[in-house]
Design a protein around this ligand. Structure first.
Ligand SMILES: Cc1cc2nc3c(=O)[nH]c(=O)nc-3n(C[C@H](O)[C@H](O)[C@H](O)COP(=O)(O)O)c2cc1C
Length: 335
């Protein structure tokens, strides 16, 4: 089974999940810098892209210095704008176009897109066909959930319909739309789709390290894994899990390197969105990274008092001096 990612043919794929507000271009650039091979944009509303909305165009951005595979994810509910959006994405340099049929948000499903499409497979099929047509030679992939609810686990049927149209890879989050993010992802339930598929299936949901990745692969019989929330603040996690699964050595970046990466991401974020939004967007990464350093003993537990200063920094200068402070005050706190 060929993967649509030219640079990943011989590996068990470990993909960074698209997460709106989290995996923007500045973060994806860091993930690639630390070895991720594939970077998927946050979902881009197809209709807005065709109308030239600034946010949609910003999301289309290919991170600078990107030598990984650039995947643009589209979401929408009407065929014609999606067809045109796929054409725009393809012309803008997307290596692959992904379709979002998994988003559970009421804002998205209320507009009958995202996972709402799992309630109307004929309509879903017509949208996939439209994207496939608009994408031209650019490969098209699909991301979905198990179904709308437990009574309607239609992922295997949508898998078969999608691959007939020409979709070349399918990612399945092991929850239904009605599960939202509750409970645990059901990796075994992905297996029915894996067995129905003649294209690679990627399993997603609650994978946080190599051990959970292995278990998800075993239960789902999928070809690879996708990791989302666990990678927040840890752009090197994709390469860590990938190295483990593919039998390569891995050295986690030291604290200094991780701090430098967060500052570089902040500078890019401010350049992309302006200071106010730019600094706000990186806070969740700073917070998650700090928690990880504490949990893993990279910082001693009494360093916790410095977290609010880092998370409330209002500019790149503030954040830089908060990290300088962290370094000088915590030399003996660094394990
Ligand atoms: C804040 C947030 C934003 C998300 N945005 C998107 C999105 O834009 N497109 C998409 O397909 N999935 C999106 N997702 C779903 C994730 O890609 C993934 O399927 C889900 O988080 C389960 O994987 P995880 O347990 O590894 O996080 C989002 C999830 C979160 C938490």
């Amino acid at each position: 089974m060929m993967l649509p990612y030219a640079n990943l043919q011989n590996d068990i794929p470990v993909l960074l999940a698209p997460m709106s507000g989290v995996t923007d271009a500045p973060f994806r650039k860091q993930a690639i810098r630390f070895g991720a091979k594939v970077a998927i944009t946050e979902m881009v509303a197809g209709e807005e892209l065709t109308q030239g909305h600034k946010e949609a165009e910003t999301r289309l951005t290919r991170p600078t210095a990107l030598n990984g595979c650039h995947v643009v994810q589209l979401v929408g509910r009407t065929a014609d704008p999606l067809r045109r959006a796929a054409h725009i994405a393809s012309e803008s340099g997307a290596d692959v176009i992904d379709i979002n049929m998994g988003c559970p948000s009421r804002r998205v499903t209320g507009g009958l897109s995202g996972s709402a499409l799992m309630r109307d497979l004929d309509h879903a099929e017509s949208l996939i066909a439209a994207v496939h047509e608009g994408a031209g030679k650019t490969p098209v992939t699909l991301k979905m959930r198990l179904g709308w609810d437990r009574e309607n686990l239609c992922a295997p049927e949508l898998t078969v319909r999608a691959q007939k149209i020409g979709v070349s890879l399918i990612t399945i989050h092991g929850r239904t739309r009605q599960d939202f993010y509750n409970g645990e992802a059901d990796w075994s339930a992905v297996r029915a789709s894996t067995r129905a598929a003649n294209v690679p299936v990627i399993v997603n949901g609650d994978i946080v390290d190599a051990a959970t990745a292995r278990e998800a692969l075993a239960r789902s019989e999928a070809k690879g894994v996708m990791i989302g929330r666990a990678a927040t603040g840890l752009p090197w996690l994709i390469d860590k899990v990938s190295s483990d699964l593919n039998g390569r050595p891995f050295a986690e970046p030291d604290l200094e390197t991780q701090i430098d990466s967060l500052l570089a991401q902040t500078a890019d974020s401010i350049a992309l969105y302006g200071n106010r939004v730019g600094i706000r967007v990186v806070r969740k990464h700073v917070s998650a990274a700090f928690d990880y350093w504490l949990q893993t003993g990279r910082l001693r537990s009494d360093a916790v008092s410095l977290k609010p200063v880092l998370c409330q920094a209002g500019s790149l200068e503030d954040l830089t001096s908060a990290f300088t402070n962290l370094r000088s005050q915590t030399l003996d706190m660094v394990a």
